[in-house]
Design a protein around this ligand. Structure first.
Ligand code: ZN
Length: 143
């Protein structure tokens, strides 16, 4: 079971709703099974309407700081300005590339912030990508 700290969940919603027309996103970090960190990817975001390319160099710096705080990188979250609640093939391939390249990563949490036309019903959906399957998951949110 994956659990989010409420303040982190709100931070994700806040950051990703700032620019609903462009793809933007960030990385997620956890302690045990609780997501306790989210870093908005300023430089990787807002470059395209169709795809979010993380800024790997900048994010690597964040990951190093997280390591010192015992926070483990566990996934990505990005918005879909087109309103699709599904992971694209590109999203899945991107996740698999990471899983296949890092021995210590068996699965990746992939969140999508689904943008609705009026922006009033935007919501977050979550998937857990493993080597052999992708599952939709429903995380808990705790204070
Ligand atoms: Zn996507």
């Amino acid at each position: 079971m994956i659990v989010f700290k409420e303040n982190i969940y709100k931070k994700i919603q806040k950051e990703l709703s700032k620019n609903p027309e462009f793809e933007c996103g960030g990385i997620l970090g956890k302690c045990e099974n609780c997501i306790t960190a989210f870093e908005y990817d300023k430089t990787g975001s807002n470059k395209s309407k169709n795809i979010y390319f993380p800024d790997v160099e900048t994010l690597n710096v964040i990951l190093k700081t997280w390591e010192k705080e015992n926070i483990n990188f566990c996934g990505f979250v990005h918005n879909h300005p087109n309103g699709s609640a599904e992971l694209s093939n590109g999203d899945i391939n991107f996740a698999l590339k990471i899983i296949n390249n890092f021995d210590n990563i068996d699965d990746l949490l992939m969140g999508i912030y689904v943008v609705t036309p009026d922006c009033k019903n935007n919501n977050l959906v979550w998937y857990l990508v493993r080597k052999d399957k992708v599952d939709k998951i429903y995380p808990d949110i705790i204070k």
